[in-house]
Design a protein around this ligand. Sequence first.
Ligand SMILES: Cc1ncc(COP(=O)(O)O)c(C=O)c1O
Length: 422
Amino acid sequence: MSRVKDIFRLLATQVKGEDYKMQRLFEFTDFLEKEGIAPTFHKIETAGTEPEVIINGKKVLMFSSNNYLGLALHPKVIAKAKEALEKHGLGPGGSRFLCGNIDILDELDKETAELVGTEDAVTLPTGYMANVAVFKAIMDPIIGIFPYRKGEGVIFSDEFNHGSIVDGCRLSYAEKVIFRHNDLSDLEKKLKRSSLRRHKMIVTEGVFSPWGEFAPLPEILELAKKYNAVFMVDDAHGVGAVGKTGGGAVEHFGLRGQVDIVMGSFDKALGGMGGFLASGKKLAEHLRVAARPNILSSAVSGVLAGGLIEAIKICRSEEGIKLRSQLSANADYLRKNFNTLGFKIVGNGEVPVTPVFIGEESKSIRLADRLLEYGIYSPSFRWPAVPKGESRIRITPMATHKKEHLDALLRAFGKVKEEFKL
Ligand SMILES: Cc1ncc(COP(=O)(O)O)c(C=O)c1O
């Protein structure tokens, strides 16, 4: 909206007596409505992490939960969470800097570090928080008192990195340079241009879930070493779901202990909630004080920590290995059959997420609504999370899905294929 138009509107709304301030705000939701892309927040009346859930009083199959291994309601996880709930109560009562540094969190930090193969880890209430914290902590560690001089810090970020990385970069004082998705030569070209900059950082996701693929971590690591950049991997969708012992994309590529910072989320394969920044000991000590949410916001609650410690133990055990192999078998079965049905599956088939390409936003929204009528829940995954016109139905299989669930999903897709002439 141009400035002149704004002034005219302000005058008009003053005459009409409307609340201009609010009207300006509501342009966002009006825009979403007009474009037909406003999100629907479906109310799930049972645990949303199970293969079968109730929505609007009707049983439907859940295909968009990130509870990849089915640990959210695992009896041993629930038992440990209950135990911790009895001991620690509902919340920690403050940040770790104040009263929230309950002993169980040290154990969670330690288990997390072991899971992803680092010396130490800092755990936080969400993965979003971890990403919002980390860039400022690395690029402007003195918390704004002595920010690096403008031009010293530069973050190289994959164009498809998650919104929480985008937000975190904005909060740092660093310049952000976007490189083309998984494009090593573009990254190197940009690193070369900035080779004299003192403070560099490269960030990529380990598993790009909407694209169903890994980032080329070994090659990016080489570039990080060559250009002396801090290397961070956001492995929210990889941790627990891939790698022999659930160590994520870093383990998958045999890079345990070689990446400077592994960021992850507990709300996906580990079935809980929370996030972490795992690294070497010295860097973790730095992050404990420089990551602002660790000082300024509540710690992870004891009840969550209790459940998560058990979830991590299961994830690394023989049982975890079996669950990952079931997850991978379910994903393979879906990909094979989607291909037979003639759907375009995004990605190279190496990661469990199975994004089915649809295209135009409003079409994928209508299609997801229709799937729901057929008893399948998987909302349209669309712009701005992916580029415009590239919406998809991101199917997230879980180890707990049975063959009958997968077949019901495929049958429903067979029906919408005809109806929507896909
Ligand atoms: C790649 C990536 N990073 C970070 C996050 C944020 O994690 P959390 O849900 O724990 O806040 C997500 C969540 O979807 C994600 O997909």
